[in-house]
Design a protein around this ligand. Sequence first.
Ligand SMILES: Cc1cc2nc3c(=O)[nH]c(=O)nc-3n(C[C@H](O)[C@H](O)[C@H](O)COP(=O)(O)O)c2cc1C
Length: 251
Amino acid sequence: MIVYFSATGNSRYCAQMLADRLGEDLTDAFHFVRDGIQPELTSTSPWIFVAPTYSWQMPRFFQEFIRSGAFSGSREAYFVLTCGGETGGADKSLKALCQEKGFVYRGLLEVVMPDNYIVMFRAPGKEEAQRMIQAARPVIEAGAEHIRRGEPFPDKKKKWGDSLKSGPVNQGFYRFFIKSKAFRVTDKCIGCGKCEKNCVLHTIHMEKGRPVWGENCTQCMACICGCPVNAIEYGNKTQGKERYQCPPYEG
Ligand SMILES: Cc1cc2nc3c(=O)[nH]c(=O)nc-3n(C[C@H](O)[C@H](O)[C@H](O)COP(=O)(O)O)c2cc1C
């Protein structure tokens, strides 16, 4: 079974393509996380967890979702992280998570896709994004082939700085950067509430027809990139920047 989270569609695309190639069931973690429901899932085939990369790690809340869930049946776990550049040393904590859960770690597949982190960087334009997604497809295809053959994903070459990025830098990032305070809505807001519905941590609520951000934000970019009228900004860091949504998977 493939279990995934996706804020702007990259990881969903990847999960859907894997499901297609492998004939696997797909489970979206969104409602479990949002509604605070501990998953109780069963799979006879290996678990395949698909998610974005946040500061060179699997998102903390998604790790917590796996940690707190009951996953019965297969004891094998594959991990697929989509990213805008690289996953650093994310494998280390995934191996530890497997040990905790009694899973056999079957490797981490890094899939480079368009970067959605517009609070810090720029998302590519539509053409460049399409090109990147096309380039990611053979990587996903090869990953599916490893799973089909029952092989682990090949080990990623270790790079200098991997453990620094996924370790202290990740911790500093969560402590100092991941804040919701600077999110604001402009006059363009039509009060549709899509941002509230798309918020996996249930941080946004509507007040007088306008979104208000609470503190428990992971900056997944679902609100700002999913706004139908581009009414959400993050301080002045996102002004004039392209919003990113992965085009739908069409086979
Ligand atoms: C908070 C945050 C942190 C991110 N950190 C990284 C990172 O450390 N390395 C990287 O390559 N991409 C990083 N990205 C980019 C995303 O991992 C990437 O665009 C991913 O494919 C988005 O997946 P989604 O569309 O399924 O949400 C980050 C994005 C966000 C929102």
